[in-house]
Write a protein that binds this ligand. Structure first.
Ligand SMILES: [Zn+2]
Length: 174
């Protein structure tokens, strides 16, 4: 049995007890989260979110790229979210390589050059990268200044979130 067959089995069980079939699309708690895709982060469980509570946008690194911006702008302007939260984490895979090395490896492995993705967004410094993503949200002309944008590092060993302040001068308490 493939893993997909296994999870389909789990879904049959899930649907048997499913009671959230009448929820509206706009998130009830008006929260949008951008998080790394890392398998150790189960965002709903980590944040105590239920079906219908929040938008969760995920990619490798929790990067505010074109596509995350697209989702957040729709999330706020069309679906009413009012707070943005970024969740990055310790031991992120994006710390473990460099864009140029991966690009060279793929070129060598496949013999093909590719225009997209233009960047993989690997990074060296967790906090600096998180601040950069917050700054991208802050400065976007279609994201109102009234929206709180807060960034957090999830510790994969303890399960705790620590807030990182927006400025370049260190981290907030938490
Ligand atoms: Zn990660």
């Amino acid at each position: 049995m493939s893993v997909i067959d296994e999870v389909l089995e789990a879904n049959r069980e899930y649907s048997r007890h499913f009671t959230s079939g009448r929820l509206p699309a706009p998130p009830a708690r008006r929260l949008a989260v951008v998080a790394c895709m890392d398998a150790r982060l189960v965002i709903s469980r980590m944040l105590g979110l239920k079906e219908g509570d929040a938008h969760v946008i995920r990619n490798a690194g929790g990067i505010v790229d074109d596509d995350a911006l697209r989702s957040l702008i729709i999330s706020h302007h069309l679906l009413g979210t009012r707070e943005f939260m970024l969740v990055h984490h310790t031991d992120c895979g994006m710390l473990a390589f460099r864009d140029d090395d991966l690009r060279a490896r793929l070129w060598k492995q496949t013999g093909a050059a590719a225009v997209a993705p233009a960047r993989f967004y690997s990074f060296r410094d967790l906090e600096a990268n998180l601040r950069e993503q917050m700054a991208k949200l802050r400065s976007h002309p279609w994201i109102p200044k009234s929206i709180p944008v807060r960034g957090f590092l999830f510790d994969v060993e303890t399960g705790r979130l620590r807030e990182v302040s927006e400025g370049p001068g260190g981290s907030a308490s938490g």
